[in-house]
Design a binder for this molecule. Sequence first.
Ligand code: MSP
Length: 511
Amino acid sequence: MMVKDVFYVTTPIYYVNDEPHIGHAYTTILADVLARYARLFDRQTFYLTGTDEHGQKVRRAATLQGVSPLQQADEMVQRYLNTWDTLQISYDDFIRTTEERHIQVVQNVLQALWESGDIYLGEYRGWYCVPDERFWTEKDLVNGNCPDCGRQVEELGESNYFFRMSHYQSWLIDYIEDNPSFIQPSYRRNEVLGFLTKPLGDLCITRPVSRMDWGIRLPFDDNFVTYVWFDALLNYVTAAGYLSDPERFELQWSQAIHLIGKDILTTHCVYWPTMLKAAGLPQPKTIFAHGWWILSGTKMSKSIGNIVKPLDLINVYGVDPFRYFLIRDMTLGRDSEFSISRMANRYEKELANDLGNLLSRVLSMVETYFQGRIPGTGGYSNQDSQLKQGAERLLGSTQQLVTDFALNGAISEIMTYISGINVYLEQTSPWAIAKSGDYERVGTILYSALEALRLSSILLHPVMPEKTAALWGQLGWQPAKKLSDALSWGLLEPGAVVSKGAPLFPRIELS
Ligand code: MSP
């Protein structure tokens, strides 16, 4: 059996203490776009997302709502699922950490590490940040407060189990140095290596049930539940088939690409690799940290309250333009200020004018000159051949940019090509040629413009699945099952009936 090129992409699993906001939507759309490109380029694709349901944050939110943590989780999971449906998220698996399949994996790994001596019982004293659910050492604190969120910390001392993370520090440094694409972008890799110049402590991986009971019990001591991060990170192997499907796990796991926000770099690039190493499991292929969406200079976050809800924007602009904007406007890795006026400008200029008007303009000419049927072609002029070669080049460069995670670069090239189709029409002026009666030439130009539109819209399909499908409907074209088969020039059938419909990107009336 030929082993197919495997693409396994994950998002962080989101806490169910509150409903999804644009930050969560971003990572999820990003993973979706990458997964859709991978499917388009014929890779065997597996896209995982899900929810992180244990721990203090969720327990606290449930208490505030007067419900059990599981009821709280059930309700929020529904909201996540609804939002992902609305946003056209094509995940292959949605994992909840309260599921039995996951609990089994966590307990299995805990037991193995306990037996191998990588987990031991010790005394923990430290400064605990309740909202962030993590302990800090005295020297970590900033003005006596949590260095991450700036909030107050409490001093706690208690018996707990520890993971011997320190044991793996030098191995981890070597691993990161030997595998330059393991942590991306490179400045995040340097940040992690910088962090690792200081001695790494062991990781406290339990909470006593007497203080916090909402978690997975230790298989070897019922008085403790597992620290939420130790539990959550393992979701990635649970869903890849660890324990349940060894054959798939073997194929899939080492190809994993974890997309994360830069806020969870240490947990993913230090805790996680050492946990895997201790458990005797291979490392994922890449951990890619993106930046934050910023609103008025501050990270959008539930706790700060400056959040943009995806559904509010979708109601105005529609799902696809929202997806387009998020992917188009963030250079992967860097922070980006979220601006509604920039979103409106891109909608107007790039989507409504460059793409939407182009489509309706070409279709109007097909209606006027060819009774609404795709024309046949004569010989190609230089300009026609250049348009065709441009499409072929675009296919190659899109593939490369997507592999390099340069999605905004890929979209920018596709949109430049689409503006080029507008320029091509201006230069070839089919309306002027029609006056002279040379319909073969007019047909060749319109056919070329339509093919250029069809091909570039296939490359935009991962970003805007609904709008591009609507565009194909107007071209009178339906792709066969395998979209990659549609990526060559000349597949529009002369004689097929086009059906010019409502504008693809109607003008937005802002009230
Ligand atoms: N539950 C943990 C992750 C466990 S993964 C094993 C968690 N959850 S979270 O609900 O807080 O989501 C964090 C993720 O949401 C970030 O890493 C990032 O992917 C995304 N974002 C949250 N706010 C964001 C912005 N303002 N901008 C961009 N993405 C952000 O941490």
